[in-house]
Design a protein around this ligand. Structure first.
Ligand code: HEC
Length: 143
């Protein structure tokens, strides 16, 4: 009995030390799968304007690499931009961009979560993942 308890403790604490804390967020299997799906969506739908390296096109399309909104905590704003697109000429990190961003009303909650998780954790960006549940909750607030 003592032996079993000891073994259990070793397994529980041992696995906590060996696996979880050493993995960076984007290396966790579920997050990596989401990033991979998000990359495919990015290449199909976003790359033409924001470029493969996320640097955008001066005065036309804003960079996503290093962008404060992309890395920020306002996930509702990010979900709205993906679903509705963006046509208002507003200041983004000190610059203005003349192009309009297309709307993506056909993307599912999971697809939006994947592409947002990808842009928030690719290039130099490091931010929390976006889940399908978060997108669902945000979508309900967007008209
Ligand atoms: C047709 C070109 C185009 C495509 C395609 C496009 N975007 Fe955009 N995107 C823009 C432009 C232009 C803006 C800024 C619009 C403005 O200033 O009103 C923008 C803004 C954004 C912003 C806000 C940036 C910030 O820092 O505030 C995000 C996030 C974004 N796009 C992500 C995406 C994602 C993800 C995709 C693919 C699903 C995508 N875009 C597809 C042109 C595009």
């Amino acid at each position: 009995m003592k032996y079993v308890c000891c073994l259990t403790l070793i397994l529980v604490f041992g696995s906590a030390f060996i696996s979880r804390p050493s993995l960076e967020v984007h290396q966790q299997p579920a997050v990596k799968a989401s990033m991979d799906r998000g990359k495919t969506i990015y290449l199909q739908r976003c790359m033409a304007c924001h470029q493969v390296d996320g640097s955008g096109v001066p005065r036309l399309n804003p960079p996503l690499d290093g962008a404060s909104t992309v890395k920020g905590n306002d996930k509702l704003k990010l979900v709205r931009i993906i679903i509705k697109g963006m046509t208002d000429r507003v200041e983004i990190d000190g610059e203005y961009y003349d192009n309009n961003m297309s709307a993506n009303p056909d993307l599912t909650d999971t697809q939006i979560a994947d592409v947002l998780t990808y842009i928030r954790n690719n290039w130099s960006n490091k931010a929390s993942v976006v889940t399908a549940a978060e997108v669902k909750a945000a979508r309900a607030k967007i008209k």
